[in-house]
Design a protein around this ligand. Sequence first.
Ligand SMILES: Nc1ncnc2c1ncn2[C@@H]1O[C@H](COP(=O)(O)OP(=O)(O)OP(=O)(O)O)[C@@H](O)[C@H]1O
Ligand SMILES: [Mg+2]
Length: 289
Amino acid sequence: MVDFTNLPTRKKAYGGANGSKLSVVYDNELYMLKLPIHAVKNPNISYTNSCVSEYLGCHIFNMLGVNAQETVLGTFEYHGKIRTVVACKDFTSPGVVIMDFASVKNQIIDSASNGYGTELNDILDAIERQNAVDAKALKEHFWNMFVIDAFIGNWDRHNGNWGFLYNQENDRMEIAPIFDCGSALFPQIDDEIIERVLASKAEMNARVFDMPTSAILIGGKRANYYQVITSNKYQDCTEAVKRILPRINLEEINGLIDSIQPLSNLQKRFLKKILKMRKELILENAILK
Ligand SMILES: Nc1ncnc2c1ncn2[C@@H]1O[C@H](COP(=O)(O)OP(=O)(O)OP(=O)(O)O)[C@@H](O)[C@H]1O
Ligand SMILES: [Mg+2]
């Protein structure tokens, strides 16, 4: 793994609520270095695996044909300890800035909710009414993202975690690469929990059918990925499942998981098993139904 500790830094700063971020120059390019966050939900580990989730999540998006930011796993030493971090290649450029979906949603006059409101119907309404990019392409992108987030168990795809690149010179907008997959793939689970979960069918099933839920709300409640997708109530969602499912190659994904050095063998076993289950029980089930 790359050691990012002594790289030249830049003054550029990044927002977000999940952990410290630095900008570093690596391989002559600007990267946002994401440091791991404290594990608030699990007192047995001090830091989460959010950096591995970012790396693995973004790679899975790319494997499934949805453009995601380029990520590199590495180490960074601070407070006398070497920790796993992820470097995300900065996808902005001079004159081209990130504009999240929340900002574009704010342009919709008389929208039923504000930019950060994630009620599904309001999001779909804003997608139809925005004029940043082609509405059909954006709708496809949204559902592709929803389906892949369901596959990788992403808890946090709020309206600030996807969006556009805005070119200030020519006033053009394009869909931005996927970023922020740090809350996917069960980042707070440790070996002790995994041992218990892997040994219990009910615990594994709960991690497919019940959790994590989506940041998208339906009727004010966080959507259940399994229920939404297998209900086939949203035709565009079902179409996205049909597009994405045939692209999922579990052997290729398992190979990627095996190549991730900081993961324990138990973590690797858990991730492979849960992804297989989520593919079969959520996505394949939707098509069978
Ligand atoms: N590859 C990138 N290039 C340029 N800017 C980026 C990139 N990735 C993220 N950003 C910007 O940095 C912000 C913070 O990044 P990110 O969303 O990954 O952090 P976070 O702390 O996990 O966020 P959250 O509060 O949603 O959990 C993003 O909202 C986005 O504006
Ligand atoms: Mg974010």
